[in-house]
Design a protein around this ligand. Sequence first.
Ligand code: CP
Ligand code: NVA
Length: 301
Amino acid sequence: MKHFLTLTDLTRSELQRIIRRSIELKAMQYAGEIHEPLKNRIMGMIFEKSSTRTRVSFEAGMAQLGGSAIFLSPRDTQLGRGEPIEDAARVLSRMVDVVMVRTFDHSKLELFAANSKVPVINALTDDFHPCQLLADMQTFYEHRGNIAGKTVAWIGDGNNMCHSYIRAAMQFDFQLRIAAPEGFDPKAEIVAEAGDRITLLRDPAEAVLGANLVATDVWASMGQEDEQEERLRKFRNYQVSRALLDQAADDVIFMHCLPAHRGEEVSEDLLDDPRAVVWDEAENRLHAQKALLEFLLVTHA
Ligand code: CP
Ligand code: NVA
């Protein structure tokens, strides 16, 4: 049994296989083909933070694969009343076939996985968001082909998405330039693991020079609402705009995991620019997670 807590939980070839399969499952879905390898299988979904895309893509994906999903929030489960995460993992994993967890501390997810009899999927923690990277890697492949050897620029916060881009650089073999304001670099130990694939910079213009993919994310993540004002000030030179993309490679594309704050990390018009592929990227959450579920519950079972 395998968990998917970060991109390094799977091998490079397993990740490639999931991306290829995601593209196939997308074509099958478009053709109206019924494909139900997870008939009678159930997913538990623990959400300790808000979500639109992750919830809908997992629920819709399970339904399309013939299974079902149960949404669990701390507001109306015993998790919100202090039942230990280990106990919840032991109980839930006797009832469902796979569990996805969106929470704060990554260690809480690891504790859940250590006590689970069934595969556990990271649906975002403070440190990583690997499901988003499956969708991003698929989206790059569909628009531009293999990302190996390409240059990617991450502009803004050294957050969970940035950490996942670092792991993606290791697993999908690209160069990653990160431009973050001082004090907002990604965690040093995560950067160190990726060695010379990562370049840390301060200047967004320098980071995007010749980049084939530019990506960013909100300046204040979920759980950082108190820092919103301070972050708005400190990140103000880190907005991705059409003019910034003009300095990247001619074939550059732009990604954002969404939700986006227009006028903050992206200019008002950026998501309407033909170089922005954010709607394809969001849709691919569905297909990529279906491929992941099939891999964890059928191929690797
Ligand atoms: N990108 C993403 O994970 O979106 P949600 O927070 O809406 O799930
Ligand atoms: N970095 C953001 C991503 C949201 C999908 C957050 O953690 O809130």
